[in-house]
Ligand binder design. Sequence first.
Ligand SMILES: Nc1ncnc2c1ncn2[C@@H]1O[C@H](COP(=O)(O)OP(=O)(O)OP(=O)(O)O)[C@@H](O)[C@H]1O
Ligand SMILES: Cc1cn([C@H]2C[C@H](O)[C@@H](COP(=O)(O)O)O2)c(=O)[nH]c1=O
Length: 722
Amino acid sequence: MAAIASSDLSGFGELQAVLRIRAFRRLWAVLGLSSLGDWLGLLAASTFAAAQVKDSTAQGVAFGSVIAVRLLPALVLGPVAGVFADRFDRRYTMVVCDLLRFLFFASIPAAALVTRDAALVIGWTAVATFVIETVAMIWTPAKEASVPNLLPRARLETANQLTLATTYGITPVVGALVLIGLQWLVLAIFGPDEPRWAEPSNVALWFNALTFLATAATVFFGIREISGRRTAGVERKPGMIREFTQGWAFVSRTPLVRGLVLGIFGAFAGGGVVVGTAKFYAVSLSAGDAAFALLFAVLFLGLGVGIATGPKLVGALSRRRWFGLSIILAGGSVLILAFATHLAVAVGGALLVGVGAGMAFLSGTTLLGGEVADDMRGRAFAFVQMGTRVVLMLTISLSSIIVGAGGTRQINLGFYHFDISSTRPLLAIAGIFGVFAGLFALRQMDDKPGVPILLDLLGSIRGRPLSPDNPKAAQGVFIVFEGGEGAGKSTQVDRLAEALRRVGREVVVTHEPGATPIGRGIRGLLLDHPADGGEELTPRAEALLYAADRAHHVASVVRPALEHGAVVISDRYVDSSLAYQGAGRTLPVEEVSWLSKWATGGLKPDLVVLLDLDPAVGLARAGRRGEADRLESESLAFHERVRYAFLDLASADPSRYLVLDATNSIDALAEGVLQRVRHLIPEHETSIDTVLHDAAQVATTLTGDEAGDESPSDLSGKGSRV
Ligand SMILES: Nc1ncnc2c1ncn2[C@@H]1O[C@H](COP(=O)(O)OP(=O)(O)OP(=O)(O)O)[C@@H](O)[C@H]1O
Ligand SMILES: Cc1cn([C@H]2C[C@H](O)[C@@H](COP(=O)(O)O)O2)c(=O)[nH]c1=O
């Protein structure tokens, strides 16, 4: 999966970029209005029902039953709601839903004008609320599934930040203010004896109905882009029941969606337990209602912080990993709550629960929108919508019942006894469950297997996520020659290639920079002296150009050859960047290393032959070829830093390096290299031995010495460094 990472714009710039997209801007306005309607509806319909009766018990029942009726459709209709969103034109689906909501919201205060029978009015309020909620269950997946089609993928996360902030941050507050404003307006216009249709809760409901009429009109006339995603005609689609079962099968069989759904449910279950136990929990901290309110406020604050700052914090971390880690954070923080004995620790825990849940909510929504195909998206969203409501309802009610029944127990260990509130074990179980849900999600969805997750997280926070290692490409053998200027690399590359070809092995000889047509252009930029008055290449640009050459070289030459089974011999590779740009130019070596790792996808050589030579000698050798290029013209001190960087790299990973003293003769060096390479090519070991033997014979004939005078072990002359 390509991580859906935010761009380098500032947070505000990203919001502006998203809102510049006309269709999304309008949908966002619709969402704001519709969510305002939802919140107003929740407040107004329940206070309206309560206002129909006088005694307090009946008021409580009326209020509670309207709330319960709002949650019921999730159970009844949740599973099929997504089929509507996937099957029918989403724009028309949304428009019809909004018109129905307009009619049914308006019908609630209208019913009170028609009859004075309180039971009838409350009954109708409940029926209308049920229909409105049912319709919302269809509207929401249609809306959620439409958003990704209106935006470039890279903007989806910011769009989700905006919509979540609007739904859960802005509109509840605006809803409450509108309610207060309407009450004030009614009082100002009619005084205390307002007509029945203008009672404050009635006015709120009229207002609310109108918001849905406005959204229906906006979607119908203003966001035509939501329609027209279908290419196949309705007649080619399976029946509704089949679409429904396909949706379930998709959720249960697709690892990404399975991980997402279970992760989200786990997070909501943890959140439900926290909410359900919060009141008793505050008591177990020897704190009262104020602490209860504080914990709640902090939890919601954390939610907002997670949503608002999460993407910037984790940078380019894979969103799948971010999702799993966020759930683990939320679960782990519930565990902190379970063991907190001090209010300050509990407040910290609640904040982190909120941060984790907010980040999981954002990344989960973005992943669902960005990675689930359009024709399944409605069902996936509907499934999550239904599941989260059910999980939340069950966990809140069950945990409050359990905690209420469990009370506080005294544990007596003989030598020590203490009180333990049943909230604690329950929170601990919820926390452990949350952590496991996060781990499960990670297992199901991880898109960078083999890349250490914590290092990846740390790297991402610092702006450099790790790339998945693809260290070895299939069959081939990858050998690299490194060393300073004039050390004899090209000479030895040719000698080794010739020897291996002689034993029948396919060999690809290559080099950096400049082995490809594109690379040759880059090489010119890197090594040619700037024309008179020309610009000097800056160190970072130099590092990037070497990395660009490498990325292209690896992808178009090295990997294909290795996959073909060839022995690839390259004159220079990653270590040259570490030595020249890192030590030579004094750029931070780990940054240069990360850059190369990213460029190569982590491809490492099987063997690096380092030809070590005093730079003064090497530069003199190279100088015999002609005018020094841009890098050769660097100071001796620069080349000395390069030399010692190469040696350091070799001593840090001796098993992959062969360090040879490059003052030895060309033949002796070639023999030393071949001795080492024979182990890498076991299938040609015997033939290589024959080549080595023949070379020794020739040497003896020419010099009269015994073969092996310059045995490979003598070559380094610096044995301890090998
Ligand atoms: N072992 C050796 N002893 C003496 N001279 C050598 C030896 N190996 C190579 N040379 C000579 O040194 C010069 C540079 O050799 P070569 O081009 O192989 O080095 P290089 O490391 O590839 O250089 P550069 O990195 O600058 O391209 C050539 O003239 C070559 O013949
Ligand atoms: C790959 C690579 C090379 N360099 C430098 C090292 C040399 O000075 C030149 C290449 O010249 P050669 O004759 O082909 O050896 O480029 C570097 O600075 N960084 C690198 O990554």
